[in-house]
Ligand binder design. Sequence first.
Ligand code: KMH
Ligand code: ZN
Length: 277
Amino acid sequence: MTRPTLITVAPTGAESAKADVPALPVTVEEVAATARDCQAVGAAVIHLHVRDADGRPTLDLGRVREVVAAVREAGDLVVQLSSGGAVTDSADARLAVLDAQPDAASLTLGTVNFGRDVFSNPWDLIVELHTRMQERGIVPEYEVFDLGHLATLQRLLDRHGPPHGGHVHVDLVMGVPGGMPGTAQALTACLPLLPPGATFAATGVGRTSLPVMLAALSAGGHLRVGMEDTLTYAPGEPVRDNTQLVARAAGLARIAQRPPMTTDDARSLLGIKETVR
Ligand code: KMH
Ligand code: ZN
């Protein structure tokens, strides 16, 4: 039986500067064009971090709404806003992005060292994000940077019930300096801790991109790729653009006989009933 692969593109992130990475999409037009082009080569979901007019990360709601509208205009990708933001963002600002009515939003399940910084995700923030998403009909993607985050996911579901849409989808974010390594062994260690019926994707940061992608495909998982996570395509070769990374993921998925999932099938898998436009 063919089990298609859900491919998420994370095109921008909050960590890289346009001055250092000229191909990074940061303007509204660049992000919308990226969405259109990545859907054409196999993406079904876009994980969005928004930048201001100067190219700096922002959670300004007006700007977030503008980007969401432009991406919806450009195609049919599931719009997943980052509620993680940048390591400097406040909890209140991170919660407020849900007001932009995305289809989905990320929800990180614990605090993790993030290079020299700390990505702070205390329990009360996790619960607040989960319950606000339930109330507003937003589907969470649970971000897991370390094994213990899966224990937190189980505790969250036990105490606060299933997410909106009823389906639990997890993204294993691997290879972050401070989180779990981007290896097949670490990915395999996570699998028994996934809640029953959950699906998972995996993302390997930096040079762990390919090993994590191959391990995820072989384990029946889905994929997240993009310039948020990976800026080098091959040793010494900078990523040309996000479509290059999505096309590589789609090609590997086809080789694995798990071709890219359509946006309609992604909505149905994730429990997204209708898009608010
Ligand atoms: N930028 C990182 C600090 C998410 O989008 O939810 C957090 C992050 C996770 O990227
Ligand atoms: Zn992110």
